[in-house]
Design a protein around this ligand. Sequence first.
Ligand SMILES: NC(=O)c1ccc[n+]([C@@H]2O[C@H](COP(=O)([O-])OP(=O)(O)OC[C@H]3O[C@@H](n4cnc5c(N)ncnc54)[C@H](OP(=O)(O)O)[C@@H]3O)[C@@H](O)[C@H]2O)c1
Length: 277
Amino acid sequence: MQNVILNNQLSMPQLGLGTMNVKNLPQLLPQAIDLGYRLIDTAANYDNEIEVGQGIKNSDIDRKDLFITSKLKIQSDGYLGTLKAFNDSLEKLDLDYLDLYLIHQPYGDVFGEWRALEKLYRDGKVKAIGVSNFAPFQLIDLTMHSTIKPMIDQIEIHPFFQEIPESNYALQNDIQPQSWAPFGESIQILSKLPTLKAIADNHQRTVPQVILRWLIQRNIVTIPSSSNLNHLEENFNIFDFYLTNQEMDTIKQLDTKKSTFIDHLTADGAEFLSKVN
Ligand SMILES: NC(=O)c1ccc[n+]([C@@H]2O[C@H](COP(=O)([O-])OP(=O)(O)OC[C@H]3O[C@@H](n4cnc5c(N)ncnc54)[C@H](OP(=O)(O)O)[C@@H]3O)[C@@H](O)[C@H]2O)c1
C-alpha cells in the first residue's frame, strides 16, 4: 500500500474500499481489512453507516489503523444541520472521530456547511475535511473565502471521464484528488476494450488492475467498490507493477471528457442532485 500526504500532513492510503451498494458489509469488511484495506469510504446518503460500523467492530484491527471517510447528508441544512448530521454519522458508525468528512455535493449552503466542517476539524472530531464533486471554480471560491483549504476533492474519474484539467488543478493547489467510480460502473465494457486488454496482458494483470494502477500513477486516490472477495483481492494487488509512459498515453485516448453518470455542471444535474436526500 502506498500513502499520500494531505495538505495538513495527514497520511492517507492511496487505495480504499468504496461501500455504496456493497452487500454484507458486516461480514465483508473484516475480510477486506485482512487483505490490507485500511481506507473505507461511506456516506450518510448510502444508508449503510450502521453496517460499516458493524464491519469495523467485527474486525480486530485498532481503530487508529483505519482511515474512515463519511460524507455529509445532502440535505444538510447549513451550519447547525451539518453539526447534527456529523454527529448522526458518528453515532451510526459507533465511532468517536472520523479521519475524513466531505461535503457530498456542491449545492445548497456550502459555506455554512464548510464553517461547520472547519469547527469539527478544529475541535478534533475529524482529522481532515474536504469536498466532493467540486469543479475548480468552486474550489477557488471556497478556498478564497475560508480559512481552511479542503484537503480532498472526491470526483468522478475513470478512463471514459479522466478529468485531467480538474485533477491537475487540484494537485497543483495541494488539494488531493480522489476518484469515485474508478471503473465508471462500466467494467464489463472496459474489460473488452482491446487497448486495455493488451496492456493488461503485457503485465499479466487484469483490466481492473490496470485502471487502478493508472489512477495511482496519476497521484490520485481511489475507492473501487466490490462485494466480491476475489475482486477485492485483485483490486488491492496493484502496487508491484508499473505502466509505461506509452501505456499511460494509450489510456489517455479513451477520454470522452463526459460524465457517464450526471454532469454536475448542467442545470439538469444541479436540479436533480440538489433534491437527493
Ligand atoms: N462522491 C460521490 O458523489 C460518489 C458517487 C459514486 C460513488 N462514490 C464512491 O465511490 C465508490 C466506487 O464507485 P462505484 O461503486 O460507483 O463504482 P466502481 O467502483 O467503479 O464500480 C463498482 C462495480 O465494479 C465491479 N467490480 C469491482 N472490482 C471488480 C473487478 N476486479 N472485476 C470485475 N468487476 C469489478 C463491482 O462488482 P462486484 O461487486 O461484483 O465486484 C461493482 O459492480 C462507491 O462505493 C462510493 O464509496 C462516491
